[in-house]
Design a protein around this ligand. Structure first.
Ligand SMILES: NC(=O)C1=CN([C@@H]2O[C@H](COP(=O)(O)OP(=O)(O)OC[C@H]3O[C@@H](n4cnc5c(N)ncnc54)[C@H](OP(=O)(O)O)[C@@H]3O)[C@@H](O)[C@H]2O)C=CC1
Ligand SMILES: Nc1c(N[C@@H]2O[C@H](COP(=O)(O)O)[C@@H](O)[C@H]2O)[nH]c(=O)[nH]c1=O
Length: 592
């Protein structure tokens, strides 16, 4: 049954001229695209930031027949959900997508779903921002005879431009990933009406109201990580958790040169979420050991500055960072050009104090004409406070397309192709993302009794296996819960937190069997999906490395110090598929 557009109904249309018809169609299209944007954002706070896709299917008579949004990386594409919801109503209908589908895994699942369902026309908000995916799905849809229109390219008007902007905004972190080497960063602070972020004593709890602080929890939930400076840890002893009622918890990062931090602090409590300390190489080695004993990861930098640190977290796959530091680090981050957006909560209070700190320290500016102007400023009252937000940098321009390596050689044959013998993979949306255990490829695996069950991803299967064979109903319950986790990310979160919090539930032989468990899961995945098998074989001759800088067992580590067992297993499988060695998993482990 087709649903009425309801709250998203475009304005009523009266009789019109041909030109008017054109712009009226834009009104409809824009309303549906805006709805796709709205639903694309629905997983915010529940899952870590990821490319946000929404899809709305509208029938020829203008009713919404189906909708869907992608919940997390490795979950069902928005287009498939919308097609399933719309059923027969897809025939001849239009699909509205806020962003071109990202065919990260070479299987064109979203495109096939739209084609097979009988969709006639597709309106796309923006092309996929990532170079290796950009334009692929649009080309594929057109080659299948669908009429595809892209906002700003095939349709132009003021309202189209505004809708396009909303498509850019809902995926801004991804757009930054595509255009720069640092994650999208938001600086947030709370200040009194006289511009102080604490009293002269350093006391700051609280400046903003409870309502404003709840908004901050939401902002935290939308981020991969929250960063503060050493002084904020010493002064405030913050928890920096997202008490927003969502599932996603950002990692906490402390940036400190001296590593002169308290031995006991809320931020070292790793029961809910982990903390990473970034510091100067060689700083207080004994304290580093103490932190390591608490499970805190310490990352040393030769040059500790906001840009180096952000580039590191970009490489670690982070899309979005929230800065909740004081003015000293905030000034350094702004000067380094890594802050993109500001959220300032202004409380109607005056605290005074000649030495009370302010939100941004020394920027070296001497004339007001040098002040940084915010762009697209918004004012919103939150309880008694005023929230002022705006951008410090414009939305990156996606128009000038940087030529791909192949294109470069075509443009300039004198450029020698870079002979790459190492293939790095990590996030599902990056090149070779299908090698990630978070990729959306269900597998069928036998249980102890030889009965086959379907697992939504390799990650689900691997995490659940930690608790297999343990004679405890709680462990059995954990397996079922992990199996039905809504995303690979949630499966990983559950598996890791149960392993950490209730180690007695983990099977005693886990360390000795985990490689074999992973091997069997990967073997199934790369056997049952021909295109994945093809992709794996196409890498023959290259070293495969999971580019996880923090997982030193499955990943390659930051400086190649990781054991890269995931990469090794994939290479082992590749050579088995090529018939170069035996297929025994025991041999796999021996060969590693
Ligand atoms: N109201 C609000 O929104 C907030 C208020 N506050 C308040 O602010 C005060 C603390 O402010 P502030 O001292 O500015 O705290 P910061 O959070 O800015 O911490 C500064 C510290 O960051 C570390 N750091 C590491 N690298 C750099 C770098 N490249 N540049 C600058 N700093 C670096 C240093 O730590 P180290 O010394 O360990 O080497 C430095 O001392 C407290 O009173 C706190 O309550 C703090 C956050 C938000
Ligand atoms: N004082 C102040 C803020 N301060 C920020 O919040 C941190 C404390 O977080 P938590 O321990 O998780 O509650 C603190 O260290 C600083 O970064 N934030 C605000 O929204 N409003 C406020 O008035």
């Amino acid at each position: 049954m087709a649903l009425s557009l309801g709250a998203y109904s475009p304005p009523l249309i009266c009789k019109a001229t041909a030109a008017n018809n054109h712009s009226h169609r834009h009104v409809h299209d824009v309303a549906y695209i805006r709805r796709a944007v709205e639903i694309a954002d629905k997983s915010a706070g529940f899952t870590s930031p990821h490319p946000n896709f929404g899809c709305v299917i509208a029938t020829r008579s203008g009713d919404v027949a189906g909708e869907g949004y992608q919940y997390a990386q490795g979950t069902k594409p928005a287009e498939i959900q919308a097609v399933e919801a719309a059923g027969e109503h897809c025939r001849g209908a239009t699909a509205y997508l806020n962003m071109e589908p990202g065919d990260c895994h070479g299987d064109h699942t979203a495109v096939s779903a739209l084609v097979q369902a009988g969709i006639k026309r597709v309106v796309v908000g923006i092309r996929h921002p990532l170079q290796h995916l950009r334009g692929n799905s649009i080309r594929a849809l057109r080659s299948q005879g669908l009429h595809v229109e892209v906002l700003g390219e095939d349709m132009q008007s003021k309202i189209v431009e505004e809708a396009r902007k909303s498509c850019l905004l809902v995926n801004l972190p991804l757009i930054h990933r595509a255009t720069s080497r640092v994650p999208f960063s938001v600086l947030k602070y709370a200040m009194t009406l006289d511009g102080k972020i604490a009293a002269s004593s350093g006391h700051a709890a609280w400046i903003s109201s409870k309502m404003s602080r709840n908004r901050v929890f939401e902002l935290r939930g939308r981020s991969d990580a929250i960063i503060v400076g050493g002084n904020t840890v010493r002064r405030d002893n913050p928890r920096l958790t997202a008490r927003h009622g969502g599932g996603h918890m950002p990692i906490r990062i402390v940036m400190t040169q001296t590593l002169d931090l308290p031995e006991e602090a809320n931020i070292w409590d790793m029961s809910e979420v982990s903390t990473i300390v970034v510091t100067q190489r060689g700083a207080r080695r004994s304290f580093q050991k103490l932190l390591a004993s608490k499970g805190v990861e310490v990352v040393e930098f030769d040059i500790l500055n906001p840009r180096e640190v952000m580039e590191y977290f970009h490489d670690r796959g982070y899309l979005s960072i929230l800065w909740e530091c004081g003015g000293t680090l905030a000034a350094s981050a702004i000067s380094s050009g890594v802050i993109h957006k500001v959220f300032a909560f202004v409380a109607p209070k005056i605290i005074g104090g000649k030495y009370a700190p302010s939100p941004v320290g020394e920027l070296g500016m001497v004339e007001m004409s040098q002040a940084l102007d915010l762009i697209d400023v918004c004012y919103e009252q939150v309880g008694p406070d005023m929230l002022i937000s705006g951008f410090l940098q414009p939305i990156p321009d996606l128009t000038p397309i940087i030529p791909s390596e192949d294109e470069t050689f075509a443009i300039d044959p004198t450029v020698t192709p870079y002979e790459s013998s190492i293939i790095f993979f990590y996030k599902t949306w990056d090149p070779y993302g299908a090698f990630s255990n978070f990729s959306p490829h269900p597998i069928q695996m036998p249980d102890d009794n030889g009965k086959y069950a379907t697992w939504p991803s390799v990650e689900h299967y691997y995490q659940a296996n930690k608790f297999v064979g343990v004679n405890d109903p709680v462990a059995r319950n954990c397996i079922e819960k992990i199996k039905s986790a809504k995303s690979p990310e949630e499966a990983a979160r559950m598996g890791r937190s149960i392993q950490r919090g209730q180690p007695t539930l983990v099977r005693s032989d886990w360390d000795s069997v985990k490689i074999d468990v992973m091997y069997r899961a990967l073997k199934c995945k790369f056997s049952i999906y021909p295109h994945l098998n093809y992709l794996l074989l196409s890498t023959a001759g290259s070293v495969l490395v999971e580019a996880s800088p923090h997982d030193l067992f499955w990943g390659g580590g930051r400086e190649g110090e990781g054991l890269n067992y995931l990469g090794r297993l994939l290479m082992q499988l590749r050579s088995e598929f090529l018939g170069e060695s035996s297929t025994s998993s025991e041999n796999t482990c021996l060969a590693l």
